[in-house]
Design a protein around this ligand. Sequence first.
Ligand code: M6R
Length: 614
Amino acid sequence: MCGIVGYIGDKRAYPILIKGLSRLEYRGYDSAGIALLQEDNAIKIYKRQGKVLDLTEFIGDASTEGTVGIGHTRWATHGLPNDVNAHPHSSGDGSITLVHNGIIENYDVLKKELIKRGHVFKSETDTEVLVHLIEDIKEKSGVALEEAVRIALNEVHGAYAIVVLSTDEPDKIIAAKKSSPLVIGIGEDEYYLASDATPIVEYTKNVVYLEDEQIAIIHRKNGMRIISLRNKEVSPYVQELEMQLEELEKGGYEHFMLKEIYEQPRAIHDSFRGRLNSKEGWVSLGGIKDYEEQIANANRIIIIACGTSWHAALVGEYYFEDLARIPVEVEYASEFRYRNPIIRKDDVVIAISQSGETADTLAALKMAREQGATLLGIVNVVGSTISRVTDAGSYTHAGPEIGVASTKAFTTQLTLLALMALAIGKRRRTITDKKFQVYLNELEALPGKIEKLLESDDYIKSVAAEYKDAQNALYLGRGSSFPIALEGALKLKEISYIHAEGYPAAEMKHGPIALIDENMPVFVIATQGHNYEKVVSNIQEVKARKGKLIAIVTKGDTAVRDIADHVIEIPTCDEFVVPILATIPFQLISYHIAVMRECNVDQPRNLAKSVTVE
Ligand code: M6R
């Protein structure tokens, strides 16, 4: 979490930093701050609790000159989200200033040591320790800034992406990373630094993704050099960004989340474009082609993920076990990494992540790597860490997802899991040709069906209005719709702050049924398929307890319509794609309820888009 930016060149740094921070605000919005190296060689720092807008209002007409600067938007870990704990943080004499994304785990030990040596701290952050440590080293050994940073980072445990300024070396910016992302954009005699490429794309498409334990030394005149923590010279690998600027704008929608919900027909189409041909009857995922044999022969597939991506993994389990007949285990990355799991060399571990930067997922991958498993990634952000540390993988091609609540990333993850399971099932001959063909047709028809479904948005909004004041909600589903119930509940919780639970419909009678009364909205996926009649029985149980029932049904359903308070129809489809289609009404319900409750839809409280701390 936290977003960091930096600029060195001939332009005014201030507007670049502010715009960059606004783009990165999804990573954290507890406080924001900037530091500008001014012409008189003083570092001017402005920082404020709240959002980037609060910062700019606070700065007002104050001086914002300077062509070198750094900025930060915070998701608090150590210390309250207040003005003092906001970044940037400075050394005791104010000559060195830095911004940091990550956690310095041994900050307490270092801090005590530094206090003994006379350092005085202002904040409660782990970050301030790092800037004092750099100052301490610089003072003692008189080395250049980059060397002091390098020595300091060798003493630090934990995760960091940092950008550092010093009044003693005003033509330089030093950046470094370990386990937190950092991208450097290369312009004409200028450099842009950011936690991801979104603040950079409008200035240059040439970027370097800094690798772990690398330090970039960027000099206004001499250009950029990269060294390792062990002081070895590294050649920068310059890549071209594919991202388009328009993808980062709201494009007329009131919120990014709504735009991203409406982008799903296009996003899903992009996720299977060139990978599926229903006329010729094939599926081919270029990114995992060389590993198909290995996956097909895997002893077991372990899918690791967090949050919404974990819900996608649960659907993946249904897909792989049903179509490819390979045993699958789905694990929360945060649990998996700490429980000494049994991983064998012939296991295939698939990490699912929108951001490709989730700290727990990365740590779980690292552990699986050490135990010899094959690692695959299903990732949205191109060039992200997970896409680089895995052996192979496929991008979801959802495009940038800015709303903190994941929408199009989720449905494209499901699409990709379906494609992978089909490809492997075909190779293992565990799926009949007929079924294979039906499923290809179903996937290809999805964008059109989602367009159709989105036409019901006004009706869905009217349903949402009925439940906007609910205090609790239950979401039920069976089979591959159960993870969609979990996802529906998570969406409602995270953006509208209504407590919600997802449950397998049949489990309701083992406990949650006690919660049902006339005030409890119960959202149920009751689409046509082999569980239909069983779900209808569960629905009767809800109604018998006077629960308010909102059912997602297949177009034309009459049986559930007669029982439910509201039905939302999805287009007729095979149950194979129900998880994808049934997700969309739940996204819209949560969105509208959150808007009606005047919640901050795109930046819900306490959350951040990219969870780069454990
Ligand atoms: O970037 P990732 O997919 O790895 O992120 C995982 C979760 O943090 C994420 O899905 C989170 O649960 C979202 N806020 C859900 O909307």
